[in-house]
Design a protein around this ligand. Structure first.
Ligand SMILES: [Zn+2]
Length: 589
C-alpha cells in the first residue's frame, strides 16, 4: 500500500497530528449502531467474552471465597479473592498444556504466565504474583456484566452489554450475591476441583501451589477442557446460553435463535466441507449462498430460523452501508492528505467522478461498457448493466437486485467491500466511485424491507435520528433531499453524501466523543476542507460471531476437524435436532 505523504500543519491549533490508529470509529458507525445491533442479536456474548468456562469459573471463585476464605484472618476481599483464583487458573492451564495456553484463544495474563513457566519454577507463590499482577485487566472485568445479565448473580439492574472492558473497580463487590442458578453452576464446577490441592492452597494463608498440582487443576478446570465429556458445568452452561434455564426477557431468546442459526449453518456448511467463519455467515444470511470461484453452496434457512436470519440480514445492510461510508471517509482524508494545507472543496472532489480514467477503470472492474461520464450516471442507469430491472425503485426493482446481483459478482456488496478494503484505489478518483456504487446497491437491495417489521426493527436501533446512521434513516435522508435518489446523478448524490454523511457526520462525532473535537481529522474552513491525519483501515465487522463460535466449541457442540472444517459433534447434532423441534412456534410464514 502506498504510504500517505505527511503534511504536518503549521498552525498552532493543528500542531497535534492525530495518529491514524487513534481514530477507529470516525463516523460513529460501530459504537452507535453496529455494536448495538450485535448486542440485540447476541446478547451477553460480547467481543471480550469468548470463553464459556469463565462463566462458571467466576461464580465458582465467589462461591469458594465464601465457603473457604471469608471471615478468616488472612482472607482477601472478594474482588481480590476472585482475581487470585483467576491467576491460578491462568497458570494452571499453562502448566497443564506444558507452557502453552488452552487451545481456542489465550487466557487473560497468558504472556506473563508463559514467561513464568519458562523460568522453570516448581512452585507458584500467588501472594507474590498478586503483587506483580499478571494482568491489569482481569477476565472478571470483561465477563462480569454478561455474567450478571445471564442471571448468575442476584441483580434487578441490567448491566451494559458492551464490548469494552469495565475500567477500574466498578462493581460494589462485597454486596454481590450468587443467584440460585449461579450457586448451582458454581457447585457443578466445584464437583471436579473441590478435592484438588490447588483449590485448597489458593484459599489458604500460604497461597503456594506446586506446578504439578496446578497442572491437575488445569486438566479439570481449564478453558478448553470444558468441551470434554464429563465436565459437570458444561450442560448447565449450554442450557443458560440457549435460554433453556434462567433466562429473563426476550433478548435471551434472540441469542438462543442466533446460536441455533449458527449451529444450523455449521451443519449445512460442513456437509459440503465449507468452513463456517464470519464472511461465510454473512454471505449465507445476506445472499443465501456462499461462493468461491466456481463452487457454490446454496443455503436453505429452516422456517423456524427465518426470522433471526432476516434480522442478521438487516445487520449486514448496516454493515455494507457503513463500509461504503468509511470507504468514502478513508478516500477523502487520503486525497486531502496529498493536498496538504491547500485542501479542497467538495465540488472539486466530486468533479473527479467525470474523469475519463474513472469510466475506464470502472469498465474494467465491473466488466461493463459504461457510456458517458460516471458522474452523470444514476444508480438506476448504472445498475441496469448488472441485470437489475429498469424503472422506479419499487419492490420489484429491489427484488431484482437479489436475483441479478449475487455474491462475488462485480456489483455485489462483498466484492465491492473487498475492493474498497484493499485500498487499491485509495489515491485515484475511482476510489470515490466505488463506495458510492456499494452504497447504491446496498440501499436498493434494502428498500424492499423498508416498510416491514424488520425494517422497523433496524430503524429502532437508532437512538438519535440525526447521529445514528442506519439504512432506513439514510434512505429517508436521501428521499428528503432528492425525492428520487435512485434516479439522481452520482455527482449530485456524492456531493450530498460526502457533505452530510461523511464530513458533517465526522465533525459531529468527534465533538460528541471528546467534547474538544481533538480527534477530528478534518478541518473545515468555509468551502475548503483540510485533513489533519490519516485513516486507511476500515473497521466494521461482526466480532461477536467468532466469539459465539468459540463458545459453541467450548460447549462441545461443534469442533474443528483436521482440515479446519467446523462440524457438529454427535452431541451437537442431537441437541440441534431437539431444540429445532421446540422452535416450531417461531415459524414465520
Ligand atoms: Zn486447556
Amino acid at each position: 500500500m502506498a504510504k500517505k505523504p505527511q503534511a504536518f500543519p503549521i498552525l498552532l491549533r493543528w500542531s497535534d497530528h492525530v495518529p491514524a490508529s487513534d481514530v477507529q470509529d470516525p463516523l460513529g458507525l460501530r459504537l452507535r449502531s453496529s455494536t448495538r445491533l450485535a448486542s440485540r442479536l447476541l446478547y451477553c456474548i460480547t467481543s471480550i467474552t469468548p470463553r464459556a468456562r469463565y462463566f462458571s469459573f467466576i461464580p465458582w471463585c465467589v462461591f469458594d471465597h465464601q465457603q473457604h476464605e471469608k471471615g478468616k484472618p488472612h482472607a482477601l476481599g472478594l474482588r481480590d479473592g476472585v482475581i487470585i483464583r483467576e491467576h491460578a487458573l491462568t497458570l494452571a492451564c499453562i502448566a497443564h498444556h506444558k507452557g502453552e495456553p488452552c487451545s481456542g484463544g489465550t487466557l487473560v495474563g497468558t504472556r506473563d504466565a508463559k514467561k513464568w513457566f519458562a523460568i522453570g519454577e516448581k512452585e507458584a507463590d500467588f501472594k507474590k504474583i498478586m503483587r506483580k499482577k499478571f494482568s491489569k485487566n482481569p477476565a472478571l472485568n470483561a465477563y462480569m456484566n454478561s455474567i450478571v445479565n445471564l442471571g448468575l448473580f442476584v441483580s434487578d439492574v441490567e448491566r451494559p452489554d458492551t464490548d469494552e472492558e469495565a475500567v477500574g473497580e466498578v462493581f460494589t463487590f462485597d454486596d454481590i450475591e450468587l443467584s440460585t442458578l449461579g450457586i448451582e453452576l458454581a457447585k457443578r464446577f466445584d464437583q471436579k476441583i473441590a478435592g484438588l490441592k490447588t483449590t485448597k492452597q489458593i484459599a489458604s494463608k500460604d497461597r503456594r501451589c506446586s506446578l504439578d498440582d496446578l497442572a491437575e487443576f488445569g486438566k479439570h478446570g481449564g478453558l478448553c477442557e470444558l468441551s470434554n465429556k464429563g465436565s459437570a458445568d458444561r450442560e448447565l452452561l449450554r442450557d443458560i446460553f440457549f435460554a433453556i434455564v434462567g433466562s429473563k426477557g426476550e433478548s435471551h431468546g434472540v441469542r438462543r435463535q442466533s446460536l441455533l442459526l449458527t449451529l444450523d449453518l455449521c451443519r449445512q456448511f460442513s456437509a459440503e466441507d465449507w468452513v463456517l467463519n464470519e464472511p461465510g455467515f454473512a454471505s449465507a444470511v445476506y445472499f443465501g449462498e456462499v461462493t468461491n470461484g466456481d463452487t457454490r453452496l446454496v443455503v436453505v434457512i429452516p422456517p423456524q430460523l427465518l426470522d433471526i436470519a432476516t434480522r442478521w440480514r438487516m445487520f449486514y445492510f448496516h454493515h455494507f452501508m457503513s463500509v461504503a461510508f468509511e470507504g468514502l471517509f478513508s478516500w477523502l482524508v487520503s486525497q486531502l492528505g496529498n493536498l496538504g494545507l491547500a485542501g479542497a472543496t467538495v465540488d472539486s472532489l466530486v468533479a473527479k467522478l467525470d474523469e475519463p480514467a474513472v469510466r475506464k477503470n470502472l469498465t474494467e472492474i465491473m466488466s461493463v461498457a459504461l457510456k458517458g461520464s460516471f458522474g452523470n450516471l444514476t444508480p438506476s442507469t448504472l445498475l441496469v448493466n448488472s441485470g437489475v430491472k429498469n424503472g422506479d425503485l419499487d419492490e420489484a426493482v429491489s427484488k431484482s437486485v437479489d436475483t441479478a446481483v449475487t455474491s462475488q459478482t462485480p456489483f455485489a456488496e462483498d466484492t465491492l467491500e473487498d475492493l474498497i478494503r484493499s485500498n487499491e484505489h485509495l489515491y485515484s478518483s475511482t476510489g470515490l466511485a466505488l463506495p458510492m456504487i456499494l452504497l447504491s446497491v446496498t440501499l436498493a437491495r434494502y428498500s424492499q424491507w423498508e416498510s416491514t417489521n424488520f425494517g422497523k426493527w433496524l430503524a429502532n436501533s437508532a437512538n438519535d435520528a440525526y447521529l445514528d446512521l442506519v439504512p432506513p434513516l439514510v434512505t429517508t435522508g436521501l428521499a428528503r433531499r432528492f425525492g428520487d435518489w435512485w434516479k439522481t446523478s452520482f455527482k449530485e448524490l456524492t456531493r450530498f453524501v460526502l457533505s452530510r454523511y461523511v464530513i458533517q457526520q465526522h465533525q459531529s462525532m468527534s465533538y460528541e466523543k471528546t467534547s474538544t473535537g481533538e480527534r477530528c481529522l478534518l478541518q473545515v474552513d468555509g468551502p475548503k476542507i483540510v485533513s489533519t491525519g490519516g485513516f486507511d483501515k476500515i473497521g466494521m465487522g461482526n466480532p461477536r460471531l467468532s466469539r459465539a463460535i468459540q463458545i459453541l466449541t467450548d460447549l462441545g457442540l461443534i469442533k474443528e476437524d483436521e482440515d479446519k472444517v467446523i462440524r457438529l459433534t454427535p452431541e451437537g447434532e442431537a441437541f440441534l435436532e431437539g431444540e429445532m423441534k421446540k422452535e416450531a412456534k417461531h415459524e414465520v410464514s
